[in-house]
Design a protein around this ligand. Structure first.
Ligand SMILES: Nc1ncnc2c1ncn2[C@@H]1O[C@H](COP(=O)(O)OP(=O)(O)OP(=O)(O)O)[C@@H](O)[C@H]1O
Length: 319
């Protein structure tokens, strides 16, 4: 069953089209990474699906309910971590969880929640006005977890979190998934959703330009690897016949080869070895997730071969 179902959702602010005919489905129990650079339309989409903002076109449903007309019913079952959420300066961390309990009609133990999100016991009764960004983010995440939501919507949850905080956040998302919660995780950093999200959708200028698993994105991008081989006495080598080699150069005692087909890397090394040069060091640098993400999101409108508009995922689920 689809927990989130967006059907040609459009949101216009005057002349700005923030979201442009967006089709998107998130199945129950799935973690969906909603990726895109700043200004792509992620927060606008989230505001529409939580009924904070009315779509100017299309239909948005959550739990089979109309996101705008039945927003109270939707929000009762949803834990929300809004982007850049500001706490009340005068309330303590514990009081924020108590407030969330009141709002959600829940009775969760504030200490258990704050323990889970890693807010230290000595900080729980301090006023949030003195909290660091990381402590603020942990408390806000705690508020989102109150009432055991069926859907967790995290809008740029990693902002302000250090690497430890990020690891804790991913741990919590995994626990929630084990409990059967559906997770919608927006971010402008692909790395942050890898290992957590089953599916990722990449939004740019309000349109979904790709939807796949992280592994699938890697494969479909056939991103470039860089091979550097340090040799004793450099000689020129021909790489003809090795598919996917896009360029090579010699710089002092270092040979550099760029290669698009991951399977060709071994052939490149063998060709250098067969040429009789003595290899001292080999470095292979595969394209990082951020390279892939940039390749998707930096394309000149409509001209990139990496654009896979309209490609829908299959019913079988992630590879
Ligand atoms: N209330 C508003 N009034 C006018 N324009 C808006 C409004 N909210 C968003 N926009 C515009 O809509 C577009 C999408 O913004 P949105 O905040 O949804 O992007 P985002 O992907 O969440 O980026 P960020 O992470 O920077 O918030 C931007 O061009 C933004 O300027």
């Amino acid at each position: 069953m689809a927990v989130i179902n967006l059907d040609r959702v459009t949101k216009e602010y005057g002349r700005t089209t923030a979201v442009d005919g967006l089709d998107l489905e998130v199945e129950s129990g799935e973690a969906y990474g909603f990726l895109g650079p700043n200004g792509a339309g992620k927060s606008t989409t989230i505001n529409v699906l939580l009924g904070f903002s009315k779509a100017t076109g299309g239909r948005a449903e959550v739990f089979g309910r109309d996101a705008w007309g039945e927003s109270t019913a939707v929000r009762e079952r949803t834990g929300i971590l809004p982007e850049g959420y500001a706490l009340y300066d005068r309330l303590t961390g514990r009081e924020h969880i108590e407030l969330a309990n009141d709002l959600q009609g829940a009775d969760d133990d504030p200490d258990a929640i704050l323990e889970r999100v890693g807010l230290d016991p000595e900080d729980r009764d301090r006023r949030a006005g003195g909290y660091s960004t990381g402590m603020t983010q942990r408390t806000a995440l705690g508020m989102a977890l109150v009432g055991d939501p069926d859907l967790l919507v995290l809008d740029e949850p990693s902002s302000g979190l250090d690497p430890n905080g990020m690891a804790d956040l991913r741990g919590i998302v995994r626990e929630e998934l084990d409990r059967g919660t559906t997770v919608f995780f927006s971010s402008h950093i692909l790395d942050q959703v890898e290992g957590v999200c089953d599916w990722v959708g990449i939004l740019r200028d309000g349109e979904l330009i790709a939807e796949d698993t992280v592994g699938g994105l890697r494969r479909s991008m056939s991103a470039e690897s860089r091979i550097e081989v340090r040799v004793d006495e450099p000689r020129s080598v021909a790489f003809d016949g090795i598919g996917g080699v896009t360029g090579h150069s010699v710089d002092g005692t270092t040979l550099r080869v760029r290669c698009r087909d991951p399977g060709a890397k071994g052939d490149v090394i063998r060709r250098i070895e067969d040429s009789g040069m003595e290899m001292r060091d080999i470095k292979i640098q595969d394209a990082s997730l951020e390279d892939l993400f940039a390749a998707y999101t930096d394309y000149e409108s409509g001209e990139s071969e990496n654009r896979i508009t309209g490609e829908k995922r299959t019913a079988e689920g992630p590879a």
